[in-house]
Design a protein around this ligand. Structure first.
Ligand code: FES
Ligand code: FES
Length: 192
């Protein structure tokens, strides 16, 4: 009588290519690999955090084509042919923080920081659509993200402050452009 074997065949791996933070990255992973795990374990982008793995906490939020998405609810293969932006793509230079990151530091909107990448990606996308939110709208915008150690009030303040910083930076860019064009506001043309 032939012996029965219970060995399961090795899982098939796929070559998965994703456009992440403007760069095409490729790695081998099973078709069932979640986007969150693919980013963290296969691509080494550990800024995306995983809390609940059930789509509840928002820690794993990344942007897919500019829209916030729970990376723990999406397969990596499904993200092919889409633009994925992680927290590393929003800003990893302490000298050049994004408006939301700067607002979080100014408003003391983080403590342990575990939830912060998910908040920053969520708020960054939100402010693109709603650049001047009221505190009430800011509260609503972050209602899908959980923080276990910060009072939400500081995060709400950070949303409003981030909106201000965005506006200031865009005003400054416009003034710089006027100066470079040599308009009456900036006689003399472009600066050296
Ligand atoms: S880890 Fe994805 S929502 Fe919590
Ligand atoms: S700052 Fe610690 S969980 Fe939010």
């Amino acid at each position: 009588m032939s012996e029965q074997t219970t060995d399961t065949p090795p899982e098939q791996l796929l070559r998965i290519s994703l456009r992440v933070n403007g760069v095409t990255r490729t790695a081998s992973a099973p078709a069932r690999r979640l986007l969150s795990d693919f980013l963290r374990h296969d691509l080494g982008l550990t800024g995306t955090h995983v809390g609940c793995e059930h789509g509840v906490c928002g820690a794993c939020t990344v942007l897919v084509d500019g829209q916030p998405v729970r990376a723990c609810l999406m397969f990596a293969v499904s993200a092919q042919r889409h633009e994925v932006t992680t927290i590393e793509g929003i800003g990893n230079d302490p000298e050049n923080l994004s408006p939301v990151q700067q607002a979080f530091t100014e408003c003391h909107a983080l403590q342990c920081g575990f939830c912060t990448p998910g908040f920053v990606t969520t708020i960054t996308a939100y402010l693109e659509d709603n650049p001047d939110p009221t505190p009430e709208q800011a509260r609503e915008a972050i209602s899908g993200n959980l923080c276990r150690c910060t009072g939400y009030q500081n995060i709400v303040s950070a949303v409003c402050r981030a909106a201000e910083i965005r506006r200031d930076r865009s005003d400054r860019t416009e003034i710089d452009q006027l100066v470079d064009l040599g308009t009456p506001d900036g006689e003399g043309g472009s600066r050296a």
